[in-house]
Design a protein around this ligand. Structure first.
Ligand code: CUA
Length: 160
């Protein structure tokens, strides 16, 4: 079979690029140990509503101006739905979902998580600006997706 010279060049080039990408991907996965941005923490989605700490979603004080937000994202809302924290508070988010894939996104922050059934996602953020922050689901999850939100109010006063 005759393959045109230019075609052969492109085939070889394409093959080389493919091998290069696989080598890069492989070295990151097996040598550097890069994994998807989750904490590889799992929970049974069927029983998560009765499994601690997700049986009692809420905002818990864990230190001086430091909180843990145990949250559930579900069709169609978040628990807890409203949180209030002092200015400068550091919040450790700990989130999962009992049903389908959702998102947890807070505009104007770096908080952007996927909520996947069976997986626990964590993120820590320090709220340095006062105001009301919207917590949005940014992954289409069904008929009530656009109504899935919660709020965090950051007071303009620091407390210990
Ligand atoms: Cu939950 Cu969209």
């Amino acid at each position: 079979m005759h393959i045109h010279k230019y075609e052969r060049i492109w085939l070889v080039l394409g093959g080389m690029i493919l091998v290069a990408f696989l080598l890069i991907l492989g070295s990151y996965a097996f040598i550097v140990g890069t994994t998807p941005p989750s904490h590889l923490e799992t929970v049974d989605a069927q029983t998560v509503r009765t499994t601690p700490p997700f049986d009692k979603p809420g905002l818990y004080k864990v230190g001086p101006n430091e909180y843990e937000a145990v949250m559930l994202g579900f069709t169609f809302g978040f628990a807890p739905n409203k949180m209030t924290i002092p200015l400068g508070a550091t919040v450790h988010f700990l989130v999962t979902t009992p049903d389908v894939v959702h998102g947890l996104y807070i505009p104007n922050t770096n908080i952007n998580m996927m909520l996947v059934p069976g997986h626990v996602n964590r993120f820590t953020h320090t709220f340095d600006k006062p105001g009301e922050y919207l917590i949005l689901c940014h992954e289409y999850c069904g008929i009530g997706h656009q109504a899935m939100f919660a709020t965090i109010t950051v007071n303009d006063k620091k407390t210990a």
